[in-house]
Design a protein around this ligand. Structure first.
Ligand SMILES: Nc1ncnc2c1ncn2[C@@H]1O[C@H](COP(=O)(O)OP(=O)(O)OP(=O)(O)O)[C@@H](O)[C@H]1O
Length: 760
């Protein structure tokens, strides 16, 4: 990238562009600003009116793709070779900093530098790369971990602080997340954005008033080896979206906004001071510690780091002062010199599998294994199977392949052994041979993978079946049919009478779906009612729980409604009684002509108390009636949710039943994580919040957009996932709130929105 900070200016498109004030040079590197003399300041006016700035590029009406290629691509590819890189967007609010950095996440082609950088990192080939990410926000001098909710280690409890150490600065308490795919990293990015938006909403803060730093940490190892020297290159890419830089006077802020603006002003002016200091070769003290922002950026600005600044400006005349100030800032940044160095180390650390992504293995070459090495691996595999050792040392890919080969060999030997043993004990009869079937039926037989099996010595099969199963229960079973003459493979055996329903289930956790996937080794599935009970306890437990909860809320509403209705009827009857009594009282008064000396009617105490009571009852009646109306609306709404929930439960059960019992084993394999079909058993948290139209949209998009642009799959998947997760969290918290308030909504609360658990 060079030996000084590279600066670019990006102009936000506008129909109101001040052509007479802002002019671009033909080389797309210079920008001139002209401001007319202020007539009010008289003829003698020394104020400068023309400025000329020369930068590394002016991005005017530039697509996101071109902006990325110009600003970031080289920096990211150098980060993959060990150079730290920083890209920072500076400019007034609304000038396009977030658009440049993050982009418009609704559309793939409008994604900004961060998602593109993530994609470039994961596209990188020829090395094994370990990637981690963090997302920090600095708001009013407070450090906020935007990914703290996604961590299970509870790092959010640690008070966050910027810490200096010989290796550089780091933020204590900031969670750093390992990611093995582009989609994982995008998930975290979107998660962070969502958290930022939530905080913005709940704390009534404005995201333009915080600085955000998304960091990609990269570790590249030149060879995937252990117990030998490994060249390890560490680098990080800091992607910074600064707070809006407008002046205090312009914002005319007060209260909270003023406080925020002051913090921003301070941190940006400290940043400016730091930049002036960094650009001055004579300065030996750099004021890094003046603010959280400058402290965090200590090793990300200049120094050994490739640094790029994008000054985002607005082209309208009204913003020309801000534009000038941003361009001045960019020019100052330009003078900071950098001496990028590769951060590489050699170590003997053992690579932890799983955290490493093998990229383009074909580029890594290994010598073939010798016979001695093969024998050693074979012995290790045997020891491992016997339980004598817990781990097999992994040296290189060749050795991993040999380990698998040995496992395969042993598995096939065992199959043959078992088959031979079975053949020595049982007679196999073709199921289609009806005469033979009829003959052996009398003797009592069982079905083995579509064949009738009879024990040669005629002993009871039940116990043998059990002993066979227990010895080989852990093995995978295949449902492939075989020819009657072909070898009988032990994993094809199902020593169960065909009328007996499912006998045993193996459980496999599906991390992607968060569900338990059942593989049944019997030939006939359990009855649906039995399976349904099981489904409700296992995979469907969450949805079943929600269904029950929604039903109980509905029931509570119905009960309350009936109580209120009874009460209203009672009040109504009471009111009618009082009205009758009052009528009688009035009649009596008229007959007896109760009047005082001024001729005014006198009401006796009894009548007065009846009037007061009627008034109270009317009040109570009105409020009860209002509550009843609310309850009716709630019941209707709740009933709809319960119905939706019931339908969802049944639909999910059907999918689960089909997948667990009816889909052939090989198709099931494909459904497993890593298989080429995504599990149809949608994870419960997605099931519950997946809006029909959102899913439809995604599917439609997959059919139309994706074939033309397969690289966008991760982006859209991550986006959809984050949206769904966010929706799910919202829904759950509504339910939580509801549970905490068992008291039913009173008439006073009738205008509050209903909060039931949505199951779409
Ligand atoms: N180059 C561009 N092309 C199209 N739209 C843009 C561009 N730059 C900015 N916008 C749009 O302008 C609006 C404001 O941009 P953005 O939020 O990125 O500004 P910002 O500088 O980050 O502001 P803030 O300081 O408030 O965060 C957004 O709706 C964004 O989509």
């Amino acid at each position: 990238v060079g030996n000084r900070v590279h600066t670019f200016v990006r102009v936000k498109p506008t129909a109101d562009f001040a052509h007479d004030m802002i002019k671009f040079g033909p080389d797309h590197k210079s920008i001139d600003i002209y401001i007319k003399k202020d007539a009010k300041k008289g003829v003698v006016n020394n104020r400068q009116t023309d400025w000329s700035f020369r930068l590394d590029g002016v991005l005017h009406n530039t697509s996101q793709e071109l902006a990325y290629e110009t600003v970031a691509e080289k920096l990211v590819s150098e980060a993959l070779t060990g150079y730290n890189g920083t890209i920072m967007c500076y400019g007034q609010t609304g000038a396009g900093k977030t658009y440049t950095m993050m982009g418009a996440t609704a559309e793939y082609k409008h994604r900004g530098i961060i998602p593109r950088a993530i994609q470039q990192v994961f596209k990188a080939t020829a090395h094994s790369v370990r990637v981690r990410v963090s997302y920090l926000e600095i708001y009013n001098e407070t450090l906020v971990d935007l990914l703290s909710t996604t961590t299970s280690s509870g790092t959010s409890d640690v008070p966050m602080a910027v810490v200096d150490c010989p290796q550089g600065v780091y933020v204590k308490g900031l969670s750093i997340h390992s990611v093995s795919h582009e989609e994982d990293a995008l998930n975290l990015l979107f998660e962070g954005e969502t958290n930022r938006a939530i905080a913005e909403h709940t704390l009534n803060k404005n995201s333009s008033r915080s600085h955000c730093i998304f960091t990609i940490y990269i570790e590249v190892r030149s060879r995937f080896r252990v117990f030998s020297d490994v060249k390890c290159v560490n680098s990080k890419i800091s992607l910074i979206d600064l707070a809006g830089s407008e002046r205090l006077s312009k914002t005319r802020s007060e209260g909270q906004v003023l406080k925020e603006a002051m913090y921003i002003n301070k941190s940006l002016s400290f940043l400016e001071q730091l930049i002036i200091a960094l650009a001055d070769p004579k300065r030996d003290h750099m004021p890094f510690r003046q603010s959280k922002l400058t402290h965090v950026l200590k090793d990300s600005l200049g120094g050994n780091c490739n640094t790029v600044l994008v000054a985002n400006i607005r082209g309208e005349a009204a913003h020309v002062e801000e534009t000038l100030s941003s361009l001045r800032f960019a020019t100052r940044m330009k003078w900071i010199t950098t001496e990028p160095v590769i951060n590489e180390t050699y170590d003997r650390e053992v690579c932890r599998e799983g955290e490493w992504r093998m990229v383009n293995r074909s580029l890594v070459t290994y010598d073939p294994l010798t016979d001695i090495q093969k024998a050693e691996i074979k012995s290790q595999v045997h020891k491992y199977l016997k339980g004598a050792i817990d781990e097999i040392d992994i040296v290189n890919i060749r050795q991993v392949q040999e380990v698998f080969k040995q496992f395969k060999l042993i598995a096939s030997q065992q199959e043959h052994e078992v088959e031979a043993r079975l053949r020595s004990k049982y007679t196999l009869i073709d199921k289609n041979d009806f005469a033979a079937v009829a003959a052996v039926h009398k003797a009592g037989v069982v079905v083995v993978d579509g064949h009738l099996v009879q024990e040669e010595n005629g002993r009871d099969l039940g116990t043998r079946t059990a002993s066979f199963s227990s010895r080989h229960g852990g093995k995978k079973k295949s449902r492939k049919t075989r020819s009657s003459k072909g070898p009988l493979r032990c994993h094809q055996l199902r020593l169960l009478p065909c009328t007996v329903s499912c006998c045993r289930a193996e459980q496999t956790d599906l991390p992607m779906s968060g569900c338990v996937f059942f593989k049944f080794c019997c030939s006939s599935p359990p009855s649906k009612p039995v399976a349904f009970e099981q489904f409700k306890e296992e995979c469907g437990s969450e949805i079943s729980r929600i269904f029950k909860e929604n039903k109980s809320i509905l029931l509570a509403r119905k009960k309350r409604s009936s109580t209120v209705a009874q009460r209203i009827n009672f009040i109504k009857r009471e009111m009618e009684g009082i009205q009758k009594a009052l009528q009688a009282q009035k009649q009596k008064r008229w007959q007896e002509e109760y009047v005082d000396e001024k001729g005014q009617i006198i009401i006796d105490e009894k009548e007065f108390s009846l009037i007061m009571k009627l008034k109270d009852l009317k009040e109570e009646y009105r409020s009860g009636y209002a509550e009843l109306q609310d309850l009716k609306a709630e019941i209707q709404y709740c009933q709809r949710l319960v119905n939706q929930c019931r339908n969802k439960l049944i639909a999910e059960f059907e999918i689960w039943y089909n997948e667990s019992f009816l889909i052939p084993e090989d198709a099931r394999e494909a459904l497993k994580p890593g298989g080429n079909i995504r599990p149809g058993m949608i994870p419960i948290n997605r099931v519950m919040c997946l809006e029909e139209d959102e899913q439809d949209r995604f599917e439609r998009m997959q059919e139309t957009t994706l074939p033309a642009c397969p690289a966008s799959v991760s982006f859209y998947r991550a986006k959809t996932k984050t949206d769904q997760k966010h929706m799910y969290t919202r829904t759950m918290s509504s339910l939580e709130k509801m549970r905490k308030k068992p008291g039913l909504i009173t008439a006073a609360g009738k205008n509050k929105p209903l909060s039931f658990l949505h199951v779409m």
